[in-house]
Write a protein that binds this ligand. Structure first.
Ligand code: CDP
Length: 230
């Protein structure tokens, strides 16, 4: 184990279920939980609300978007996320914000602006975090690294169910296209592309229930703990 508080880093593509798995693992272990994608979503929403056109050429507005990222007034409270005191837990999950989050996340100075904020979540007794670069960039010394994935079709199905349950509308074909587009952008971008860290173990959840995926992460973590106790 590292000298600092332990970190379990779970990375993977869009809608692979890493958020569900990571938050449940955190709950079981009594660890803190960081949904790093929420910070990119919040940056997109805050930028749009400040009148910065994130949908178009986000690159042109990189300095302004990075300013927004650096000054995010955000509070995480259980499942709720507040931006300037307003509960935006639902607003940051809509499809427009999802697309825009992927665009702002490709900007190097936005990522730099969010780095320390993410590392500050590493507190006693430990942290479970999910994203794209938790194992490669933000917590390279994480105690356990998992690359959690599922087929694009299965991920689109899960996203569809999630949106419908929240009372939002969605089309399966649009969701599948969006997921493929986002995969491509996440994997091919210059800054912190989505890649499996050399120390990350693969966890393919295409045919696994969330319960089984949670159990598998906990099993791998117990192996790390018992190895370090010998
Ligand atoms: O997984 P999903 O696309 O549903 O969303 P998310 O995990 O909330 O992430 C939103 C966006 O932020 C993604 O499109 C990623 O491009 C980006 N992201 C990132 O670049 N780095 C992270 N550590 C987390 C998210």
């Amino acid at each position: 184990m590292s000298a600092l508080f332990p970190v379990i880093a779970i990375d993977g593509p869009s809608a692979s279920g890493k958020g569900t798995v990571a938050s449940r693992v955190a709950q079981t272990l009594g660890f803190h939980y960081l949904d790093s994608g929420a910070l990119y979503r919040l940056t997109a929403l805050a930028s749009r609300r400040s009148g910065i056109p994130v949908s178009a050429q986000a690159q042109e507005f990189e300095p302004a978007i990075a300013q927004c990222a650096a000054h995010l007034d955000v509070r995480f409270e259980g499942e709720h996320i507040y931006l300037q005191g307003e509960d935006v837990s639902l607003a940051i999950r809509d499809e427009q914000t999802s697309r825009e989050a992927s665009r702002v996340a490709a900007l190097g100075s936005v990522r730099t602006a969010l780095l320390q904020r993410q590392r500050a979540f590493r507190q006693a007794p430990g942290l479970v975090t999910d994203g794209r670069d938790m194992a490669t960039v933000v917590f390279p010394d994480a105690d356990l690294k998992i690359f959690l994935t599922a087929s694009a079709e299965e991920r689109a199905q899960r996203r569809y169910k999630q949106l419908i349950e929240k009372g939002l509308t969605a089309m399966m074909s649009d969701l599948l296209n969006d997921i493929r587009e986002r995969d491509e952008r996440d994997a091919s971008r210059e800054h912190a592309p989505l890649v499996q860290d050399s120390r990350a173990g693969l966890l393919d959840t295409t045919y696994l229930t969330a319960d089984a995926a949670v159990a598998e992460v906990l099993r791998r973590y117990q192996l790390v703990v018992s190895r370090d106790c010998v």
